[in-house]
Design a protein around this ligand. Structure first.
Ligand SMILES: *Cc1c(COP(=O)(O)O)cnc(C)c1O
Length: 227
């Protein structure tokens, strides 16, 4: 496994996908998904210029991303139990899987207590697969529209995981749904003034996700190898 070659290959895929849809490559951030990888892999990635990392589990993030390194962002991209939100806030600059009001309120209170700000993305289960968490497509608009005004939190956008069918085209409708929902909210209420991000696309479907507007590609396997 050659991390540098893998990085180049992914940046090329991102650049080509951007070009194909008339977007700037700078409009897609690469999130290095370092789950299950040792801290040495994180260090190697940082040496190659990686800045944004995604971890699924809070405990693993604490082990690898504390103490915080200057300029390095740890995003939580797996569901977080309510009793782990406090720990998540210790290590993460962003939680991308928020999907219920109690977690929003709890994070707001924890941020206030810690004097911190936190970016959040709301996860939508746009593939409607029972194994995935997130807001249902039917409830998402109403739920998000009725959220409280953020104080310490910054409502940044939406996250989804595409369909796991083996054919990335099958995820296109999920990604398009997310883009439309993001646009609707961004244009609707002041609390969504920062609602610009779409975290969608992974190793197998990042081209489709970028064609549909992704601003964050979450890549694990194609960078670090099979888990
Ligand atoms: C593991 C994971 C990824 C990375 O998937 P790859 O197919 O390995 O690129 C992205 N997003 C989430 C939420 C994940 O759990």
């Amino acid at each position: 496994m050659d991390l540098e070659l893998n990085k180049q290959a992914i940046l090329t895929r991102i650049a080509k996908a951007c070009e194909a849809s008339g977007r700037s490559p700078a409009s897609v951030r690469l999130i290095w998904v370092s789950k299950t990888q040792p801290v040495s892999a994180v260090e190697s990635a940082i040496a190659l210029g990686a800045r944004d990392f995604g971890e699924n589990r809070v405990q693993e993030a604490l082990e690898k991303f504390l103490p915080q390194r200057e300029g390095i962002v740890c995003r939580i991209i797996g569901p977080v139990q309510k009793n782990k939100l406090r720990k998540a806030l210790q290590v993460a600059q962003a939680i991308d899987t928020v999907a219920d009001l109690e977690s929003v309120n709890k994070l707001e209170a924890l941020c206030e207590e810690a004097g911190k700000n936190l970016e959040i993305l709301f996860q939508v289960n746009a593939s409607e697969e029972a194994t995935k968490s997130g807001l249902s497509m039917q409830e998402a608009l109403d739920f998000l529209s009725s959220l409280p005004e953020p104080k310490r939190l910054v409502y940044k956008g939406l996250m989804t995981i595409g369909k796991n069918t083996g054919n990335p085209e099958d995820s296109r409708a999920c990604f398009a749904f997310l883009r439309n929902l993001r646009d609707k909210l961004f244009n609707s209420q002041p609390k969504f003034k920062d609602f610009t991000e779409l975290s969608m696309g992974m190793t197998d479907d990042l081209e489709i996700a970028i064609a549909e507007g992704s601003t964050m590609a979450r890549v694990g396997t194609a960078l670090f190898g099979r888990r």
